[in-house]
Write a protein that binds this ligand. Structure first.
Ligand SMILES: Nc1ncnc2c1ncn2[C@@H]1O[C@H](COP(=O)(O)OP(=O)(O)OP(=O)(O)O)[C@@H](O)[C@H]1O
Ligand SMILES: [Mg+2]
Length: 225
């Protein structure tokens, strides 16, 4: 079976007031294609740090990350940002939309940067906006959207380039319960139908039945319970 996301012996330490604090300690994870893995753990346990390393936003102190079989380390800046665009969809806790672009333009921009042709991009954007219940908001600017709508645009944007790996850091925090379930259901479907490897950091136990595995970040490692 192919694992589109692999972390091997990933260790990360921060300097904290002159002291070295070990946040991740030889963490290992393999996520198979089609699999959605939930990661839980107390505040401050290192979930966002782990996700930033998996998503090539933060370099680990040591260890290795492989995206679709390709190592992140040692890539030149340009190659790394291309890799992020092609292979990674990142959904943050807050939407981080571009204020001067309309909803559909947010999606078209990442498609263009990722090298998708315009006809396909238009079709894909329309499909995602429909699935996320945003059709009627396609020409709105971010400041006219509700928090939940903004978050759904961010999700559509992360899915736009059909990335191999999908990483989401508490994406349902700003959504009501039923919207939250819809979003996680959609992430699970995207993983299944398009052979992605997906990781969802969450505090919401209600979404766990939609995930294939649940892991807990404890003492710098991911454990099954
Ligand atoms: N840039 C940094 N410099 C120093 N310490 C940091 C830095 N970023 C995070 N930390 C520390 O690392 C630990 C893990 O932080 P992280 O944000 O990964 O936790 P988390 O599990 O995502 O928490 P939450 O559930 O609150 O989002 C925390 O103690 C935090 O203070
Ligand atoms: Mg966090």
């Amino acid at each position: 079976m192919r694992h589109r996301l692999i972390l091997r012996n990933v260790t990360h330490a921060f300097e904290d007031g002159g002291q070295r604090r070990m946040i991740l300690d030889a963490l290992n994870l393999q996520v198979a294609e089609g699999e959605l893995v939930a990661v839980m753990g107390p505040s401050g346990s290192g979930k966002s740090t782990f996700l930033s390393i998996a998503g090539a936003l933060l370099e680990p102190t040591s260890g290795e990350v492989l995206l679709d079989g390709e190592a992140i380390a040692g890539q030149y800046k340009q190659a790394l940002s291309d890799m992020r665009l092609r292979k990674l969809g990142f959904i943050f806790q807050s939407a981080n939309l571009i204020p001067y672009l309309k909803v559909r333009e947010q999606l078209m921009l990442v498609a263009k940067l990722g090298g998708m042709d315009k006809t396909n991009a238009t079709e894909r954007a329309r499909e995602l906006l429909r699935e996320l219940g945003l059709d009627h908001r396609r020409n709105a600017y971010p400041d006219k959207l509700s928090g939940g709508e903004r978050q759904r645009v961010a999700i559509a944007r992360a899915l736009m380039n059909d990335p191999a790996v999908l990483l989401a850091d508490e994406p349902t925090a700003s959504l009501d319960a039923s919207r939250g379930m819809d979003v996680v259901r959609m992430l699970a479907e995207e993983a299944k139908e398009r052979g992605k490897s997906a990781v969802l950091v969450t505090h919401d136990e209600r979404v766990l039945p939609l995930c294939d595995r649940v892991l807990y970040l404890e003492n710098g490692c991911l454990l099954e319970k």
